[in-house]
Write a protein that binds this ligand. Structure first.
Ligand SMILES: NC(=O)c1ccc[n+]([C@@H]2O[C@H](COP(=O)([O-])OP(=O)(O)OC[C@H]3O[C@@H](n4cnc5c(N)ncnc54)[C@H](O)[C@@H]3O)[C@@H](O)[C@H]2O)c1
Length: 405
């Protein structure tokens, strides 16, 4: 591991995808400026989507393929400092303070601190994993053998991806849903119900209830639901949402509002301090101010922030996509895909196998879900742009707007 220096041209707080992408952005403009990447995790930066998908489903792939630090380690002017927690930032002094008391000064600072799991009255432990890091993946690998039983809490991204990955690795799974169906906040009713059925058809036990408490018992886990039901297993994977890590920014008096507020150049309210990725509330060129917790945003906004820090002038005008796979189905999506918006569903032959779902507010499409439909995210952005400028009187005209199948 590198030794920390007293001063750098660029300091990046956080060592996830936004951080490594920022270094790429910096290097595209500034071939030799000094960079420190400071991450509190013991591990090197990792491509997080692999932890819940490819590393379980692609037998050819190992964690060695998922580390993102190669370019950083090859660059003599970049110090990657893992196990290094920043305890305060001082924009006035252009300095950050590390947990061990060291002060490091910077020319430009990027906050790429990401998001941290929401926790329940269920302490993280060797068998209770709030699943987010490479260490969590490695730990789950040791716990999730073919004879094991894993309790997955939450039917969002983590819950649906991990439950699907585990069951495809012959692990017995109980999935605890506080809502009726998997990804119910995003998918139309019938699609969410068909996904829940896909889990039960593959032998997953679905239990309904909100987890209120539980514990790691040393040789297993005991999880309690709000109706008093107990669910036991060898391990628990908990995915009940995340919250942006804004503590450093707040303590330093930066503007924070559901994330560190940045402008179209990803600049925070403090001079020479930028933010990108899950932690940043940014003005999306299509959708307005928002915060996005998906890897495409981490990559693109991180790289853009790096470029701007190193002197580039362009605004960030990208609207990110996101995607997921559940068993043999998959999707890409753009924008706000919330099932409490108005929805227009366009399915091939009326079946749920292939289709497009448009999510609308007051006649304007705010999001598009492309279910088993690929290479159409640019068209999805076009529909969002068009209907933002000219809201639809009759949203049903959207059927067939993005051709598929
Ligand atoms: N494919 C992707 O883009 C992808 C994949 C994995 C993770 N992520 C990101 O990781 C983050 C975390 O994912 P996540 O799955 O934890 O969050 P999520 O918000 O997607 O899902 C949280 C789920 O937990 C449920 N829940 C909340 N409280 C509960 C309780 N007490 N008991 C039982 N269930 C409860 C909610 O109903 C919801 O289904 C998100 O920001 C997500 O965007 C993205």
């Amino acid at each position: 591991m590198s030794q920390v220096q007293e001063s750098y041209d660029y300091v990046v707080v956080g060592a996830g995808v936004a951080a490594t992408s920022a270094v790429k952005g910096i290097r595209s403009q500034d071939p030799s400026g000094t960079v420190a990447v400071l991450g509190s995790e013991p591990d090197r930066p990792v491509y997080r989507p692999d932890l819940s998908k490819a590393l379980w489903l692609d037998a050819e792939k190992s964690l060695d393929d998922s580390w993102l630090s190669g370019d950083l380690e090859d660059d003599d002017a970049v110090d990657l400092l893992t196990d290094t927690t920043v305890s305060a930032i001082d924009p006035g002094a252009h300095a950050v303070r590390l947990a061990d008391g060291t002060t490091v000064t910077y020319g430009k600072l990027l906050l790429a601190t990401g998001a941290e799991p929401r926790t329940l009255d269920l302490q993280p432990g060797p068998r209770v994993l709030y699943y987010r890091t490479a260490a969590d993946y490695q730990r789950l690998r040791t716990l999730a053998g073919p004879d094991s039983h894993v309790v997955v809490v939450g039917g969002g991204y983590i819950g649906s991806e991990i439950a699907s990955a585990l069951v495809q690795n012959d692990v017995s799974v109980t999935l605890v849903l506080d809502l009726e169906d998997v990804q119910e906040q995003m998918f139309p009713r019938a699609l969410a119900a068909s996904l829940t059925k896909a889990f039960t058809d593959r032998g997953v036990t679905v239990v309904h209830g909100s987890v209120s408490a539980g514990e790691d018992t040393g040789d297993g886990v005991r999880i309690r639901l709000d109706d008093g039901t107990e669910v036991v297993g060898d391990a628990a994977v908990v995915g009940v949402g995340v919250q942006p890590r804004t503590g450093l920014a707040e303590a330093a008096g930066l503007e924070v509002d559901n994330g560190v507020v940045v402008d179209e150049h990803l600049r925070t309210s403090a001079e020479d301090v930028y933010a990108a990725g899950d932690v940043a509330s940014y003005p999306d060129a299509l959708l307005g101010r928002r915060r996005v917790e998906h890897v495409d945003q981490a990559e693109k906004s991180g790289e853009h922030a790096g470029k701007v820090m190193a002197g580039a002038g362009e605004a960030y005008e990208y609207t990110p996509i996101f995607w997921s796979d559940i068993f043999d189905a998959g999707y890409e999506a753009v924008g706000e895909t919330k099932s409490d918006l108005d929805m227009v569903e366009d399915w091939k032959d009326g079946q749920l196998g292939t289709g497009v779902v448009y999510y609308l507010k007051q006649g304007s499409v705010r999001g598009v879900l492309l279910w088993n439909v690929w290479d159409s995210t640019d068209q999805a952005r076009e529909v969002i742009r068009e209907t933002r400028d000219a809201p639809l009187d009759d949203p049903e005209v959207l059927r067939g707007r993005i051709p598929f199948g």
